[in-house]
Design a protein around this ligand. Structure first.
Ligand code: XMP
Length: 515
């Protein structure tokens, strides 16, 4: 394992992902992790991340100085390198000229850390400070036009530093450098594979659960479906999957999901039809937050009631992923004060928000994985592409895609319009290119004409976006012909709709969903 000590960089997670791409396991830990804790973890290498501070700022985050004596190879990145230099007796100062963006790396020593890194190759820089004198035993491996110490090493002690960010894609030979560190300097083996993960998880689940029973709230998304597969492989009928249909799913999805699990995967699912309850719970509610709150609350009540009926259960399985674990960890640092910042964990309405007094013990087999790793695991244990690559779908479902009051009539209209969107997006093979593509119903009416008849009906908004992670997004430039086709079909086939509009707002300032 490689440990990444996080000094508040936006790229710490990315470093972990890059290392995992070399099939070596890596974890992000707080910069406050003590040498004792590190010894227990016994990593084969340590990476010190970048960070927003200057090492000489009062209150800037420092690591336990004992790490320099551990004898474990260490690579400092940006702030991490500056910290290494400062703590070992060198000097870091505000640079005359900072370096932001691409820089050409001129290599002085093409061995060791920089093997296979091309001379003159582009690396991504983002720093206002520079190392002005190196600690004893260190030498320069590479420089750039503005930065004399762009890569440094103390070969004898296996301590390395780079001023640039090898983890970002703009650093052309960044991965080569990371591979050198991981394989040659830390001597790691590429054993973090999907197959090894599945095997180990199955063993761990069996050992933990024993002969007890586990409950899983299935949503049909890739996380809960992968979890269901993994748990079913490990403990078979000691697992109960419960699917609560709140009535806000897309057309045919609840039936399809239950059928897929029963017939194709041979994993039984307890289907709970709670449509009426949920609709009643939000009857007359127009405020988006209140809608979410009531749906969340109702979910918990239904979940409690049904789990009592089906139980007792000892464990509740949750699809917590590694980014949630990092987010909730004690690692973030305020750029101005150097103080740690409490990070709010996203709590969606589903299992994340269950009350503590349910007294389940938690089992979270995916907590070490990033989303793309979950997809790989899902695929490797037989999850079909339609689930593996499914677009994100919000917990409160169509209820937050109908603005204002949610009624049966509006749900039917939106479901039909949304189905047409999905059909055409699939038929035009655009599904994989888009982060999400869906319809929204606005609670207003406008005038139109059909045949000789004046109409007065709802508009449907088409929201098609491209995104990497849902945090930012851009509206998708899809062909006009496709928009025309979808618009024609919706207006002609869905009664109650006489107008279709396309949302051309990016996020920010818009959000992806409309509520
Ligand atoms: P926004 O609308 O905030 O959405 O730009 C970002 C991403 O999150 C999804 N989303 C949710 N997912 N429960 C979820 O599980 C929710 O309450 C929820 N709200 C938004 C949204 O679909 C998009 O992918």
């Amino acid at each position: 394992m490689i440990v990444i000590l996080d000094f508040g960089s936006q790229y710490s997670e990315l470093i972990a992902r890059r290392i995992r791409e070399t099939q070596v396991y890596s974890e992000v830990l707080s910069y406050r992790t003590s040498v004792e804790q590190l010894k227990q973890l016994n990593p084969k290498g340590i990476i010190l991340s970048g960070g927003p501070n200057s090492v000489y700022d009062p209150g800037a985050p420092h690591c336990d100085p004992g790490i320099w004596q551990l004898g474990i190879p260490i690579l400092g990145v940006c702030y991490g390198m500056q910290l290494m230099v400062q703590q070992l007796g060198g000097e870091v100062k505000r640079a005359e000229r900072g370096e932001y963006g691409k820089a050409s790396l001129i290599i002085d020593d093409p061995t060791d850390l920089l093997t296979n890194v091309e001379d003159g190759s582009t690396m991504w820089m983002s720093h206002g400070d520079s190392c002005t004198s190196l600690p004893e035993g260190f030498e320069i491996l590479a420089h750039t036009a503005n930065t004399p110490c762009a890569a440094i090493a103390n070969h004898e002690k296996h301590l390395y530093g780079v001023q640039f960010h090898p983890e970002v894609v703009h650093s052309v030979c960044g991965l080569a450098l990371i591979r050198n560190f991981v394989y040659h300097i830390c001597d790691c083996e590429p054993t973090w594979t999907t197959a090894a993960f599945v095997e180990q998880s199955v063993r761990e689940i069996r050992a933990k659960v024993g002969d007890k029973r586990v409950l899983l709230a299935l949503s049909g998304g890739v996380d809960s479906s992968t979890l269901a597969f993994l748990l079913h492989r490990a403990i078979e009928d000691q697992l109960t999957c419960m699917f609560i249909d709140q009535g806000f799913m897309r057309k045919y999805e609840p039936e399809r999901l239950v059928k897929l699990f029963h017939e194709q995967f041979h994993i039984p699912v307890e289907y709970v039809n709670a449509r009426d309850r949920f609709l009643q719970a939000i009857a007359g509610v127009t405020d988006p937050e209140e809608k979410r709150r009531r749906i969340g609350h109702e979910f918990i009540r239904v979940f409690e009631e049904e789990s009592r009926k089906l139980g007792p259960f000892d464990y509740l399985a949750q699809g917590t992923l590694y980014p949630d674990v990092i987010e909730s960890a004690d690692t973030n640092v305020d750029p101005k004060t150097g103080e740690r910042v409490a990070v709010k964990i996203k709590s969606h309405h589903n299992v994340g928000g269950l009350p503590k007094d349910l007294r389940f013990k938690l089992i979270e087999p995916l907590r070490k994985l990033f989303k793309d790793e979950v997809r790989k695991v899902g695929r490797s244990i037989g999850l079909p592409e339609e689930i593996v690559n499914r677009h994100p779908f919000p917990g409160p479902g169509l209820a937050i895609r109908i603005l204002g009051e949610v009624t049966d009539e509006r749900l039917d209209i939106l479901r039909d319009a949304d189905l047409i969107v999905r059909q055409e997006i699939n038929r035009h093979e655009m599904y994989g290119e888009l982060w999400q593509a869906f319809a929204v119903l606005l609670p207003i009416r406008s005038v139109g004409v059909m045949g000789d008849q004046r109409t007065y009906a709802y508009p449907i908004v088409l929201r098609f976006v491209k995104s990497e992670d849902g945090m930012t997004a851009d509206w998708a430039r899809v062909p006009y012909d496709l928009l025309e086709l979808i618009s024609n079909r919706i207006v002609n086939e869905v009664s109650g709709v006489n107008r279709v509009v396309y949302d051309i707002t990016s996020k920010p300032p818009g959000t992806i969903e409309w509520e």
